[in-house]
Design a protein around this ligand. Structure first.
Ligand SMILES: C[S@@+](CC[C@H](N)C(=O)[O-])C[C@H]1O[C@@H](n2cnc3c(N)ncnc32)[C@H](O)[C@@H]1O
Length: 251
């Protein structure tokens, strides 16, 4: 279980929401070009984080439900999408991606920024695929870090570009095992001009992509392919050679 902490949620919202903003229009374009995407404007954002992807879909008149394990991340999501939460177009719920049920059904289920690498093992991933299959009438699109991509994590980055925070990120991965770690330490300037420290340790589980595909098929998903975000329609044949890969599944 990896619910992001309060300090990290604040930093995530201000610094790391950009990825979701970047990929959201490309996912939306793909989905809108499908048969179901032309009539069904409902999306479940699994591991929605601080809600940047959700806001993009909301601006395009989609109904959005976001699920995340972290109440701190959900607080930012609700704030970022406040006008839509107030009208009932959006709701953000605390839940586990590998163990949830909803009464609503969606045309699209999406999960971005390698969130599903946060699941503990293949059993949890399989449960997640069953949960998504049960609530989706159309497409399930998510991205994952590959083993190849996680090898690049082995580094230390210091972000001191602005005065309001200093963030040190350490990636640790031996390249062989099924778990890569990131330890993030941050000092964030508080209103009293003092800096408040937070520490966050998260892991990414390495999933062999052929096993991911088989797990999706076992859960009842019909067409499954790997793709790059720039062209979600076109299958790629060597996904393990990518740093990050998108998985597109449909019913
Ligand atoms: C890397 S962030 C991605 C957030 C967002 N999807 C984005 O693209 O910016 C991963 C998110 O997954 C959430 N998370 C981790 N494990 C989860 C689980 N089992 N169920 C639901 N959310 C989870 C974390 O709290 C965090 O908000």
């Amino acid at each position: 279980m990896q619910a992001y902490s309060q300090g990290f949620a604040h930093v995530y919202n201000t610094r790391w929401g950009g990825y979701a903003k970047q990929v959201a229009p490309l996912i939306l374009d793909f989905y809108s070009s499908t048969k179901i995407g032309q009539k069904n404007k409902s999306v479940l954002d699994l591991c929605c984080g601080t809600g940047q992807l959700a806001v993009h879909f909301l601006q395009k008149d989609f109904k959005v439900v976001g699920i995340d394990l972290s109440e701190h991340m959900l607080c930012f999501a609700r704030e970022n999408a406040r006008q839509y939460v107030e009208t009932g177009q959006a709701e953000f719920l605390k839940g586990d991606a590998s163990d949830f049920t909803l009464d609503k059904r969606f045309g699209l289920v999406v999960s971005t920024y390698d969130s599903l690498n946060h699941l503990e093992d293949e059993q949890a991933l399989r449960r997640c695929f069953q949960c998504t299959h049960a609530v989706c009438n159309g497409y399930f699109i998510f991205d994952m870090n590959t083993r190849h991509g996680l090898k690049r994590w082995n580094s230390i980055q210091v972000d001191q570009a602005s005065e309001d925070a200093l963030i040190i990120t350490r990636g640790i991965y031996d390249g062989k095992s099924d778990r890569a770690w990131t330890k993030i330490t941050g000092f964030v300037r508080a209103s009293n001009e003092l800096y408040q420290r937070f520490d966050e340790t998260v892991f990414n589980t390495v999933f062999e992509l052929e096993r991911v595909k088989n797990a999706l098929l076992d859960a009842g998903w019909k067409d499954v392919h790997f793709a790059r975000i720039q062209d979600l329609k076109t299958p790629i044949t060597e996904p393990e050679k990518e740093g990050r890969v998108f998985i597109v599944a449909s019913k």
